[in-house]
Design a protein around this ligand. Structure first.
Ligand SMILES: Nc1ncnc2c1ncn2[C@@H]1O[C@H](COP(=O)(O)OP(=O)(O)O)[C@@H](O)[C@H]1O
Ligand SMILES: [Mg+2]
Length: 248
């Protein structure tokens, strides 16, 4: 294992049934990289996220977070839920949701300190949601809720954020807002791993891409991953927008 890597996956196989969802997948991600995971439906993208969080049972293989087995790295990796997947039927403010990220750091007899409040404020600033701090979370758009969850993950002290299709179904303004937040987080040294379904923007948005369909077909800079023979093999007939995407 190499402790310079934020994430290292070695020979990972995960099965729910007889056919593995992921088969012998190995790669690494450097600290502070913004990485996109691409591949068709059912390719195992979400399963890979769960494996990086330590949420699925592995048949074979290892996942290291900053050089330590994922089981011993609680709190360093945070999952940002897809927008609209959380149904808020009780009143809680944006500030409260982000403060929840601090609770893991507090003992039961401790109150929130000034430092906790400062961290919450800074996290809200980073995702550009400070002006909404007193708003009920249920009254925000899906894209705004997603930014609040990113702030909570940052307040928690997570060094790696995983986002599963954050751009699915958002309008252009929200897409730009999320992109801004990703680049802010990257500037702050956070490592970001994003499942992304839109090939047309993948090479523009990410430093590095992982192309998966059960196996890892390619990993590296977009120019290396966007090769005709690779995309044809992985997407088969499902790839329509094509010729403008290929760089070779
Ligand atoms: N909890 C589960 N139980 C059984 N099969 C699952 C489960 N989750 C995912 N799968 C199967 O594993 C494969 C990969 O799924 P998933 O990781 O969700 O792919 P993706 O996110 O790329 O669409 C699919 O064939 C899917 O049907
Ligand atoms: Mg998925």
């Amino acid at each position: 294992m190499n402790t310079d890597y934020a994430i290292q996956v070695r020979n990972l196989t995960v099965s729910y049934g007889p056919k593995p969802a992921l088969l012998d997948v190995s790669f690494f991600i450097n600290k502070g990289e913004l990485v996109g995971i691409i591949g068709p439906n059912g390719a195992g993208k979400s399963t890979l996220m769960k494996a990086i969080l330590g949420f699925v049972k592995r048949d074979i293989g290892e996942v290291f977070i900053f050089g330590k087995p994922v089981e011993h790295t609680r709190g360093l990796v945070a999952y940002v839920p897809q927008r609209g997947t959380v149904d808020w039927d009780y009143p809680v403010t944006v500030h409260d949701v982000v403060m929840m990220g601090r609770y893991g750091h507090l003992k039961w007899w401790q109150n929130e300190t000034k430092e906790d409040h400062d961290i919450v404020d800074r996290s809200l600033e980073m995702v550009r949601m400070s002006e909404f701090r007193n708003r009920q979370i249920g009254q925000l758009s899906g894209g705004q809720q997603q930014r609040v969850f990113m702030a909570r993950a940052l307040a928690q002290g997570a060094k790696i954020l995983l986002l599963d299709e954050p751009f699915a179904g958002v309008d252009a303004a929200t897409e730009n807002a999320i992109l801004d937040v990703l680049s802010e987080a990257k500037k702050a040294g956070i490592t970001l791993v994003v499942v992304h379904h839109d090939l047309a923007t993948a090479s523009e948005y990410f430093d590095k891409l992982l192309l998966i369909k059960q196996r890892l077909y390619a990993a590296g800079p977009p120019s290396l991953v966007f090769r005709q023979e690779l995309l044809t093999e992985v997407y088969e007939g499902k790839l329509k927008v094509f010729t403008d995407l290929i760089k070779d």
